[in-house]
Design a binder for this molecule. Structure first.
Ligand SMILES: Cc1cc2nc3c(=O)[nH]c(=O)nc-3n(C[C@H](O)[C@H](O)[C@H](O)COP(=O)(O)OP(=O)(O)OC[C@H]3O[C@@H](n4cnc5c(N)ncnc54)[C@H](O)[C@@H]3O)c2cc1C
Length: 400
């Protein structure tokens, strides 16, 4: 019996990170218990972009074909100048892109991506899913690690993976409580039935309209039945929460300088939800003995690179690979995992901050952006993204 086949693992959080971690560990022979705070496992109604690196990871986890079935394959990523209405740049993600990176760039409904992982977890004999259990604390013991939940119950295992998102309790204890870094950026989200999408904007693309201190993104979802809409703006409002109702008046007011062609889209949704956005400063350690972090709990990021969930999938590949490679020696495997993941995941976090500035540029910065991005060829874009889309989550040594 291999070292991993004897391990019992506890995963805190049943989001994309927690379920993919459970799957990766279970595929290596571990018995996994996932503890989710919500009464039911699920995802919010919104879309997500997934790069080729996410498909590499899904293939490793055994859910690539199921994920591919649910995805919409767009032709290109488009950046429009929201002030002039002109095209700034576009990057084709057609056959040459797929050939180069070995997988497509796609968009998918979150519930579909989460559902693919959930189906695979439910079908796996090694995985137990437990809902309505909010993890509040962990402890390293002589032989393993244990978590305590709000209801007072304890769940013991050989190791614990904190996948409990941007406001992670596991991270709070592990770091001594580092601060969420609120950027003053707020995202409004809606999913629009295709009939409500203006015909002249029904593009098979992930389209970004860059405006002054704001931007909006739209792309088709769910077999072209709906369009995903995300509108983000900078503000000094500090009392915005997460997943709360937003108002049409607020969002229209924030996009007053954006051309009517794009702005009229914001009038369409009957319901908006809004989120305050934030990340955390990079840290050099995710591990405390037999406890480690994964996904947003480890490296919460702004969404501007569209890579947060992709990174969580990659983390799961790397973590399960390291646990197998070190034959179940968890402290060693966790350290090897974080050494591998920290530079890559935080490159996304830091780059995303910069991209926020690029998307929201005003004045001369806007002109610089348009000239810089407008001069790039598809090959230029592909070369600059090789580090990201060419990655798998497996270590460089292993992938070579
Ligand atoms: C507007 C927006 C757009 C985005 N677009 C993209 C994109 O296009 N592409 C992309 O790759 N990423 C995108 N992201 C990022 C992506 O959504 C996240 O990085 C990803 O969902 C993180 O997954 P996770 O499982 O680590 O965390 P979460 O999705 O937050 O999941 C955490 C889970 O843990 C549960 N939980 C929390 N606390 C506890 C606890 N104490 N005990 C037990 N359970 C707990 C939660 O209920 C939840 O189910 C976007 C993010 C935003 C905000």
């Amino acid at each position: 019996m291999s070292g991993t086949a004897k391990l019992n693992m506890v995963v805190a959080g049943g989001g994309i990170g927690g379920l993919s971690a459970a799957l990766g560990l279970a595929n290596k022979g571990c018995k996994v218990t996932v503890l989710e705070q919500a009464p039911a496992l699920g995802e919010i109604g919104a879309g997500i972009q997934i790069g080729p690196n996410a498909f590499h990871a899904m293939d490793y986890l055994g859910v690539g074909p199921a994920g591919r079935e649910k995805a919409v394959y767009i032709d290109k990523l488009v950046m429009m100048d929201g002030v002039s209405g002109d095209l700034i740049a576009e990057m084709p993600v057609d056959e040459p892109f797929r050939q180069r990176f070995g997988n497509p760039y796609a968009v998918i409904h979150r519930a579909d991506l989460h559902g693919v992982l959930l189906d695979a977890c439910r079908a796996h004999a090694n995985i137990t899913l437990v809902t309505s259990q909010r993890v509040v604390a962990y402890e390293n013991t002589a032989s393993g690690a244990v978590v305590r939940t709000e209801s007072g119950e304890t769940f013991a295992g050989d190791g614990v993976i904190g996948c409990d998102g941007v406001r992670s309790k596991v991270r709070e204890q592990l770091t001594g409580g580092d601060q969420l870094r609120l950027s003053g950026h707020v995202a409004y989200r809606a999913v629009l039935p295709i009939e409500l999408m203006p015909e002249d904007l029904r593009w098979n693309a992930a389209t970004l309209w860059a405006g002054p201190k704001c931007h909006m993104v739209h792309y088709p979802l769910q077999g072209w039945k709906t369009f995903n809409l995300v509108a983000t703006f900078q503000t000094d409002v500090s009392n915005v929460g997460t997943n709360e109702p937003g108002t049409r008046d607020e969002i229209l007011g924030r996009f007053g300088d954006v051309v009517p062609r794009a702005r009229k889209l914001l009038e369409k949704p009957s319901e908006w939800r809004r989120w305050v956005l934030g990340d955390r400063e990079p840290i050099g350690n995710w591990t405390d003995g037999r406890v480690t972090l994964l996904g947003d709990a480890a490296h919460p990021t702004h969404q501007y690179f569209a890579q947060g969930a992709c990174m969580a999938l990659e983390d799961s590949v790397c973590l399960s690979d390291m646990i197998a490679r070190f034959e179940g020696d968890l402290p060693t495997a966790f350290r090897a995992y974080q050494e591998e993941r920290i530079p890559r995941a935080y490159r996304v976090v830091l780059s995303s901050r910069e991209l926020g500035r690029v998307y929201h540029a005003t004045g001369v910065e806007r002109r610089v952006r348009n000239a810089w991005l407008g001069s790039k060829t598809p090959e230029d874009f592909y070369n600059s993204l090789q580090w990201l889309y060419g990655g798998t989550g497996l270590s460089a040594a292993k992938a070579a």
